[in-house]
Design a protein around this ligand. Structure first.
Ligand code: SF4
Length: 263
C-alpha cells in the first residue's frame, strides 16, 4: 500500500483524471469548476456507474450474489444496490445458478423484456457450462448457448470478490464502447432472441434449419440406414424403424401439413 494516496483530495483527482479530455487542458485557476471531457467518456461513465441488476437467482450461486449486495461487500459503491424486480428497469442480468431446460424459456423471455443497452454476466460453473450437472438430462451446458454473455465469472460458487471482479471487468467493457458505434442506436438493430421451446427436449428456434436437416437426414432412407446397419449391431438407423413408428411419423407430418394449410 506504499503508493496509496494519502488524502481523499488526491484520490478524487486521480479518479477524475480518467474522465478528462486527453488533450484540452483547463487553465489552472478554472480547474476546480470546469472539466472538459468527451461525450463517450461521460456517457459510459454514467452507464457504468448506475447499472441496475435484475433481481433473480437460480440456485446456490444466488446466495453469493445476495452476499455481494449486502453490507459487507456493498454493491452501492458501484451504484448497483437497487436490484430491480422488473426487467424493464434493469440493464444487467446476472445468471447465478444452474440453468435448467425448464427455466431457459423464462430467462430468455425476461432478457427480451430488458431495456437496451443490456448486459449478461454468467456467474458460476453451472451458468457457464453446466457445472457439476453438465450433460445432465435437465440442465443446459451454458446460458451462452442462448444469450450473448459479456462476462464469465468462474467458480462453484464464485466468491463475492470474484463477482465484484467480474462486474469491474464489465465496467471496463462498457467504458470501451463508443456512442457512434453501439448497436442499440442503429436503425435495423434488434437483439431479440427467439424464445427456446421446451418439448421432449429444449430446442433453440434459431437452430430450426439445422435440426430439420438432421431429422431429414435421419429419415433419408435405406442408403444411410443400411450403412449404419452394416456398421454393427449397435448402430440404430431409420431403416430399423418399425412399420408402426413410420406410420406414426407420417401421421404427424400429415397433421402438421394440415395445420399449416389451415393457418
Ligand atoms: S456453480 Fe456450484 S454453487 Fe453455483 S449453482 Fe452451480 S453447483 Fe451451485
Amino acid at each position: 500500500m506504499a503508493n496509496a494516496p494519502t488524502d481523499f483530495r488526491q484520490l478524487k483527482e486521480e479518479e477524475l483524471k480518467k474522465y478528462l479530455h486527453d488533450t484540452i487542458q483547463v487553465p489552472q485557476d478554472l480547474q476546480s469548476n470546469v472539466l472538459v471531457t468527451t461525450l463517450d467518456k461521460i456517457y459510459n461513465w454514467s452507464r457504468r456507474s448506475s447499472m441496475w441488476p435484475l433481481l433473480f437467482g437460480l440456485a446456490c450461486c444466488a446466495i453469493e450474489m445476495i452476499a455481494t449486495a449486502a453490507s459487507r461487500y456493498d454493491l452501492a459503491r458501484f451504484g448497483m444496490e437497487v436490484m430491480r424486480p422488473s426487467p424493464r428497469q434493469s440493464d444487467l442480468m446476472i445468471v447465478s445458478g444452474t440453468v435448467t431446460k425448464k427455466m431457459v424459456p423464462a430467462i430468455v423471455r425476461i432478457y427480451n423484456q430488458m431495456s437496451e443497452p443490456r448486459y449478461v454476466v454468467s456467474m458460476g460453473a453451472c451458468a457457464t457450462g453446466g457445472g457439476p450437472f453438465k450433460e445432465g438430462y435437465n440442465v443446459v451446458s451454458g446460458i451462452d448457448k442462448y444469450l450473448p454473455v459479456d462476462v464469465y465469472v468462474p467458480g462453484c460458487p464464485p466468491t463475492p470478490e470474484a463477482l465484484i471482479y467480474g462486474l469491474l471487468k464489465l465496467h471496463e467493457k462498457v467504458e470501451r464502447q463508443s456512442i457512434v458505434s453501439v448497436p442499440w442506436y442503429r436503425k435495423d438493430h434488434s437483439e431479440y432472441v427467439p424464445v427456446p421451446r421446451l418439448g421432449p427436449d429444449i430446442f433453440d428456434p434459431r437452430q430450426v434449419e439445422l435440426i430439420k436437416e438432421y431429422t431429414l437426414k435421419a429419415q433419408a432412407g435405406p442408403t444411410e440406414g443400411a450403412e449404419k446397419a452394416a456398421a454393427g449391431p449397435k448402430a440404430k438407423g431409420p431403416a430399423q424403424l418399425s412399420e408402426k413408428a413410420r406410420a406414426r411419423i407420417e401421421a404427424a407430418k400429415a397433421r402438421m401439413k394440415a395445420k399449416k394449410a389451415g393457418q
